[in-house]
Design a binder for this molecule. Structure first.
Ligand code: MN
Ligand code: MN
Length: 306
């Protein structure tokens, strides 16, 4: 029996929250004492899912004790994780991101090039013969819907879709109807200040090991609704880059209905222009068909960093 602390990345999304809860459940069933935590506020999309399945959000992880046993879901990069991770025993990683991870101890590492951590977790439940209860299945389906934008993202694999449909059956939801309701719950950005908006889903990257960058994303059903606040958003981005010593910033405003993104970008127009063969005017450009930071942004920018 082990005491386990389980968490996803900072600025948690539906996958990070749901997969922490699901893996903690699985570990508990396997005889461990496992508690899920979050590394930030729960966003409105995730809150919709938690409310729907009547699950309370994990507690915020305030600090990590030296020598604690931890399991990571939905990330593996230290920059996206909890401070003090290097002093812990990482027992397991369940993830679907490129591996930027080193560890001096042996561990379980489950990673697959699929659209969502929950898809990998589903197999772990099966492997261990643990039945998935309805509310966990609902959260896992929500994670897949979120990460794949209801199967429309290029990160979505056949397996994500099949797994989501199986989970939806257990959770007794109609994937299309529930999925659109959940995604839409995450698109009401009116209550956020510009600073909050650019941090709802933002990740830091050191592109090509030299360009310190922050790439953020918001989902919307109407790009114009966000773009009316462009100057305010730009000012917030500029301040953040300066305060955090970053060189390049990009906010993707992603239209979840039509699967395109408008970007606001600071610090390196030519990188964006070269990467997407577009003209950046007034710090903004339209990127048709771009919805996935992981597949359509990070690798493309990385390849074009001079
Ligand atoms: Mn995530
Ligand atoms: Mn994910």
């Amino acid at each position: 029996m082990e005491n386990l602390i389980i968490f996803g990345h900072k600025n948690p999304d539906t996958d990070s929250i749901s997969s922490s809860i699901a893996l903690a459940y699985l570990q508990t069933k396997l005889g461990n004492v496992a508690v899920p935590y979050r590394l930030g506020n729960v966003n409105m999309e995730t809150q919709f899912a938690l409310d729907y399945f009547k699950v309370s959000a994990p507690d915020m992880l305030e600090s990590l004790d030296e020598g604690a046993n931890v399991m990571l879901v939905d990330h593996n990069e230290a920059a996206q994780s909890m401070e003090g991770l290097d002093k812990c025993h990482i027992k397991m990683v369940v993830d679907h991101h490129p591996i930027a991870f080193t560890c001096s101890e042996p561990l379980y590492y489950y990673a697959e090039p699929v659209g969502c951590t929950a898809t990998v977790l589903y197999k772990l439940f099966n492997k261990n013969n643990v039945e998935i209860p309805s509310y966990i299945a609902g959260l896992m389906a929500s994670a897949i819907i979120s990460d794949t934008l209801l199967f429309k993202s290029p990160t979505c694999t056949k397996e994500d879709k099949t797994t989501c449909e199986l989970l939806a059956k257990i959770a007794n939801i109609d994937v299309q109807k529930y999925g659109l309701d959940m995604l839409k719950a995450g698109t009401d950005l009116s209550g956020f200040t510009a600073e909050q908006l650019i941090n709802l889903d933002s990740k830091q990257f050191n592109l090509a090991d030299k360009l310190k960058s922050k790439i953020a994303q918001v989902n919307t059903a109407d790009i114009d609704e966000v773009m009316v606040r462009k100057s305010e958003i730009e000012a917030a981005m500029e301040k953040e880059l300066k305060d955090q010593g970053l060189e390049f910033g990009m906010l993707l405003i992603t239209d979840i209905i039509n699967s395109n993104s408008q970007v606001i970008t600071l610090g390196n127009d030519s990188l964006v222009e070269k990467s997407y063969s577009v003209k950046v005017e007034n710090h903004t450009a339209f990127l048709p068909g771009v919805v996935s930071r992981k597949k359509q942004v990070i690798p493309i920018l990385t390849a074009n960093v001079e």
